[in-house]
Design a protein around this ligand. Structure first.
Ligand SMILES: *Cc1c(COP(=O)(O)O)cnc(C)c1O
Length: 382
């Protein structure tokens, strides 16, 4: 399945079979009664939720998380029959749309719970919701004080059908961080306000913290997309993304010639350069002008000069003379530079690399399975 212009400056390949394998691998770490959800917020971390979510559904996933109500509304047609939970909660005035699309809000405050309860009473039926408890991240979720109000109020929240109670770990990727034990203890204590409810705490890294963190439902996102959930150790996940950029021009420059904006780079000897049709508007941060590289035949080709909005310049002097011609592709993300490697070179994390990937790429989806979606009519891939 291919999406986007044939003449794009770069080709993004998204391996949905690898996403499915990563899902299976995470599920294999869970006990038999633990549900493995999928977080597909921010358009499945930039990879295309309308392709990723149906692939995971085909793999048996039945719980999906988005961040914004709008994301849930866009995803619903591609995922007709599975719960979609809205992590950022019920926006003011969003009740009717949420109900009509069958979305389940994560209630992060008593005000949201009251609004949802009013919707339920107006409709005369119970409405599903997830309760989020703040166990120490101080970002989203009901505080201890709010929870006691909830409990004291009792019938004030009539009509809410609590699907499960969740919280979120702040430091799950640091196994020995004291916050993990503190958060799990606080989560368990505050969850006693909802006797008998199912519980959910772990993100991707939380899955690797062991069974104590799994409870009834885990919520991985990044690991599904190949980001290493164990920083500093070998990545147990399969790579999902490849990004190849196209060469648009080649030139030989003399010693002393300058390259790019600001004349930041000055050649210390004769060089052969290639210009690629990809720049910071496509998610390659400008910092890569200092230390970035792309790859060809396993060889690192340094980025020289500043990163422009739509192009970068690389030094190809070390390659055989005719190895690269206009139209050739070089690797930006792939076997020699993982998403996490590129993130390190950009001074950030893989999450930001993926969610910053530009909208101008040709996108190829391998292993697409969604036969119900109109985009796939007649375009089924193996
Ligand atoms: C984004 C998010 C997740 C997924 O986190 P990963 O680290 O990508 O696995 C899980 N739960 C919540 C509340 C989130 O915001």
């Amino acid at each position: 399945m291919s999406d986007g212009a044939r003449y794009a400056g770069a080709v993004l390949t998204i391996d949905l079979a690898a996403v499915r394998r990563n899902y299976r691998s995470l599920r294999s770490r869970l006990g038999p009664r633990v549900r493995c959800a999928a977080v597909v917020k921010a358009d499945a971390y930039g990879l295309g939720a309308r392709y990723v979510a149906p692939a995971l559904h085909a793999e048996g996933c039945r719980d999906f998380f988005v961040a914004h109500l709008e994301e849930g509304l866009s995803l619903r047609p591609h995922l007709p029959a599975a719960p979609i939970y809205v992590l950022n909660g019920l926006p003011i005035g969003g009740g009717a749309e949420c109900i009509n699309a069958g979305l389940v809000p994560v209630l992060n405050s008593v005000a949201q719970a009251e609004a949802w309860s009013r919707c339920a009473r107006a409709l005369g039926r119970r409405l599903p919701a997830v309760i989020q408890i703040d166990s120490g991240m101080n970002r989203l979720g009901m505080t201890e004080r709010e929870l006691s109000r909830w409990v004291a109020a009792g019938s004030q929240f009539a009509g809410i059908d609590v699907q499960f109670v969740m919280s979120h770990l702040a430091c799950a990727d640091a196994r020995l961080h004291a916050a993990n034990a503190m958060q799990i203890a606080k989560f368990q204590r505050l969850a006693q306000n909802f006797p008998g409810s199912l519980l959910s705490l772990a993100n991707s890294a939380g899955v690797f913290l062991g069974g104590d963190f799994h409870f009834d439902l885990v919520r991985p996102g990044s690991a599904l997309y190949g980001i290493n959930p164990l920083p500093g150790q070998a990545n147990p996940m399969r790579a999902v993304v490849r990004l190849n950029a196209r060469v648009i021009q080649i030139r030989d420059i003399d010693k002393g010639a300058h390259v790019g904006y600001g004349w930041d780079f000055c050649a210390e000897g004769p060089l052969r350069l290639a210009t690629l049709s990809i720049g910071y508007a496509d998610g390659l941060h400008r910092v890569l002008g200092k230390n970035g590289a792309v790859y060809c035949d396993g060889r690192a080709l340094p980025i020289v000069g500043r990163v422009s909005m739509d192009s970068i310049t690389i030094d190809i002097s070390e390659l055989p003379r005719d190895r690269i011609v206009p139209g050739s592709e070089v690797e930006v993300i792939g076997d020699h530079q993982s998403v996490d490697d590129l993130a390190e070179a950009m001074g950030t994390i893989g999450y930001e690399v993926l969610t910053s990937l530009g909208r101008r790429f040709e996108r190829n989806y391998l292993g697409a399975t969604d036969v119900s979606s109109p985009e796939f009519a007649g375009e089924l891939l193996s």
